[in-house]
Design a binder for this molecule. Structure first.
Ligand SMILES: C[S@@+](CC[C@H](N)C(=O)[O-])C[C@H]1O[C@@H](n2cnc3c(N)ncnc32)[C@H](O)[C@@H]1O
Length: 308
């Protein structure tokens, strides 16, 4: 990744005012003068800077990537070098002399749990934090809604069915249909109102394996193409960020396709069960209109278990 590419990614995060200002407000509410703070996945260092503003005695800004060097540059430039220690390492490899009062992290992907936040927080709680540490976000929820994507389903999945340049590429269709896709999904594509399917209090959850179920009742007839996923993160009481609306934040939504669309009518009931092992793989199964589905992202790669 070139420097402009990752700077541009982080500029996109900083330019998402809703996200960044919500973190600032939450940090000013949660961090108390004198606190020791861990910023897990510090990126540009922005959350660490807010923590210093809020009176933190010391902040450990951890980033596994080269953004650590960028955070160090800004830390020195802003005159915070005595208050912020930048650590260029993955958080599971970091050791601290003492335990911290507060953990800040923004390691959520479009499906909330898809960047491994649970494992990072679990490890930090075990080794880096006091038992009563405050965590921002305090709660992370995943929502799902059954969707009819229209031409987007054809573009993402059906595209593989037709010969291209004279070659039959159709063996790749089931791979695409079992992948978690990223898509900007309008709420007008929802066949039924969304439902909270997974909910984790970050100070208390005990396992990074998550499972949830939801039942939807279609409000109109159409074709069920799969499920839109989005998250809600409670950063502090009353401060919630979400990516439900198309293009309202820098996050897209996630889309779990069905291998075959299912025709539904108004009042058709749809059941969904969703499982994930800390975002490494996802499994979705259920039934709609007497048809069942059972899919997994483990089927999205052709025997490439060791491929990242
Ligand atoms: C979405 S960015 C957030 C950056 C910054 N905190 C912000 O809010 O603008 C997530 C950052 O976390 C880093 N990261 C993800 N998991 C990490 C881990 N376990 N340990 C250290 N850094 C991690 C990535 O390299 C990336 O820079």
């Amino acid at each position: 990744v070139g420097v402009t590419e990752y700077l541009e990614y982080h500029r996109g995060l900083l330019a998402d005012q809703t996200r960044t200002a919500a973190y600032r407000d939450a940090i000013h509410r949660v961090v108390r003068p004198g606190d020791i703070v861990v910023d897990l996945g510090a990126g540009s260092g922005i959350l660490s800077f807010f923590a210093v503003q809020a009176g933190a005695a010391h902040v450990y800004a951890i980033d596994s990537g080269h953004m650590a060097d960028v955070a160090q540059l800004l830390t020195t430039h802003l005159g915070f070098a005595d208050r912020i220690t930048v650590l260029h390492a993955p958080s599971p490899k970091v050791e601290l002399a003492g335990r911290a009062d507060v953990l800040l992290t923004e390691t959520m992907g479009p499906a909330g749990f898809d960047e491994g936040i649970l494992g990072f927080v679990l490890d930090a709680r075990r080794r880096l934090l006091r038992d009563d540490a405050r965590i921002v976000p305090s709660r992370l929820s995943l929502f799902a809604a059954p969707v009819m994507l229209g031409p987007d389903y054809s573009a993402l999945i059906e595209w593989w069915s037709k010969p291209r340049y004279g070659f039959d590429l159709s063996p790749l269709r089931p791979l695409a249909a079992n992948a978690m896709q990223l898509a900007h999904i309008a709420t007008s594509a929802h066949l039924a109102p969304g439902a909270r399917i997974i909910d984790a209090g970050l100070a208390r959850f005990a396992s990074d394996y998550l499972q949830g179920t939801a039942r939807f009742v279609c409000e109109r007839a159409g074709e069920l193409h799969g499920f839109a996923l989005w998250f809600e993160a409670t950063l502090a009481p009353g401060i919630v960020i979400r990516n439900r609306e198309k293009r309202r934040s820098h996050w897209s939504q996630a889309f779990l396709p069905l291998e075959q669309p299912i025709a539904v009518k108004a009042r058709t009931s749809i059941q969904l069960q969703l499982e994930t092992d800390d975002g490494r793989s996802w499994e979705w199964q259920g039934r709609a209109a007497r048809k069942t589905f059972h899919q997994t992202t483990r089927a999205a790669l052709p025997g490439c278990d060791t491929l990242e």
